[in-house]
Design a protein around this ligand. Structure first.
Ligand SMILES: [Mn+2]
Length: 381
């Protein structure tokens, strides 16, 4: 069985004010070519199909085009789940109808997870699709006291394993933060404050686990528990990462070997550091001027229209940082690492600046609760 694993497409993403739909269309075209070439038996999309719960029209059209090619031109069964950015109900629309065309979309979590069965010459492989789910929803549907993502995953896995045929080949598709995984800056945290990681040992009985959520392509332990990583680089912290698509060959016994294929983005995402004078000399090693660029300027004094100057050489410069530059009027001690802070840290830093008082633990908890509620209501829960 040949499995193509992908996740975190984030269709409709806006990055530093730039709509990435054209870049996403460009790379999905290559993905479709790869599918045509390699003819996998099944395609897995492990969540975060869209970047937000109500995606823009262009993103919906792009998904429609891509799935039509995969399912109608090449007739490859496809299994998709929703991630923490997707709206479970909207993603679920028409899912029963589309099953007829071998498109299995699982937007909403349900207590009894039915496997999608796909055959190869050796027999069936059971694919268990588990969309992203809040612990509170699992608590309600299972009627057990659970409070964390880890406890929720434990209960869900026990439930799946109670009916799973251990002598058959089984694959799990899910969207979660697995312990041991390395995060990037473009993932939206699953919980505000507290831990959202789940233990990887729950996944031990599966022959392959296709994970989504973490945007860096990576294995957890062996070859068979893996994050495909996001379709593209979605933050400057990912500039040095190599995104790729894992293609998994599963043998008769369920052992896997994995090959990864790199796709070429329309524009790469790069970080450049130096003095303005040197940066204005342009790319020195044949890099494209059209790439999306973040510049860290080492100059100390004031520079008139730094962005205009840099953009005359690199038109798609999206962000300039000036860590050395402290203006005479700036008395606020702003942490230059604010890009790396999560929303709670950002807010408490803002609070401190405005009031000159540290936030209390109670205030922090109240803030986290409010943001969680807001996130959930945006997802329609
Ligand atoms: Mn994601």
């Amino acid at each position: 069985m040949r499995i193509l694993h992908t996740s975190d497409w984030h269709l409709g993403r806006i990055f530093h004010g730039v709509h990435l739909t054209e870049d996403q269309a460009y790379i999905l075209e290559q993905l479709v070519e790869l599918i045509k070439d390699r003819k996998p038996d099944v395609i897995l999309v492990a969540g975060d199909i869209f970047d937000r719960s109500v995606p823009p029209v262009e993103a919906v059209n792009l998904l429609d085009d891509t799935l039509s090619k995969i399912l109608m031109d090449y007739k490859i069964p496809t299994i998709m789940i929703s991630g923490n950015h997707d709206s479970p109900d909207r993603v679920d629309f028409g899912s029963r109808l589309m099953e007829e065309s071998k498109l299995h979309i699982i937007g909403r979590y349900s207590r009894d997870i039915k496997p999608v069965v796909i055959q190869d010459i050796f027999g069936p492989v059971y694919f268990y699709p588990l969309p992203y789910v809040e612990p509170a929803i699992v608590r309600e549907s299972m009627g057990v006291e659970i409070h964390s993502h880890d406890e929720a995953m434990h209960v869900i896995m026990d439930n799946i394993k109670s009916t799973m045929k251990m002598d058959k080949r089984n694959v799990l598709i899910t969207h979660t933060f697995t312990a041991g995984g390395e995060a990037s800056e473009s993932e939206r945290p699953l919980t505000i404050g507290g831990s959202s990681v789940v233990d990887a040992t729950y996944f031990n009985d599966f022959n392959y686990v296709a994970l989504g959520h973490l945007h860096r392509p990576q294995r957890i332990g062996g070859d068979n528990i893996r994050y495909s990583g996001s379709l593209m680089k979605y933050s400057f912290s990912e500039a040095a990462q190599k995104k790729n698509i894992p293609i998994i060959e599963m043998d008769e016994k369920g052992n896997v070997s994995v090959e990864t294929v790199e796709l070429k983005p329309r524009r790469d995402l790069r970080c450049i550091e130096g003095h303005l004078e040197d940066i204005l000399k342009g790319p020195q090693n044949g890099e494209s001027r059209e790439d999306y660029i973040m510049v860290t300027l080492k100059d100390e004094g004031a520079i008139l229209d730094a962005m205009g100057k840099v953009r005359s050489i690199y038109p798609n410069t999206l962000h300039i940082e000036r860590p050395q530059f402290i203006s005479a009027n700036t008395r606020l001690n702003v942490d230059s690492n604010f890009r790396k802070m999560d929303i709670s840290e950002l807010f408490s830093s803002f609070f401190k600046q405005v009031t000159d008082i540290e936030m209390s633990e109670e205030q922090k908890t109240a803030f986290s609760d409010m943001v969680s509620k807001l996130n959930n209501s945006l997802r329609g829960e």
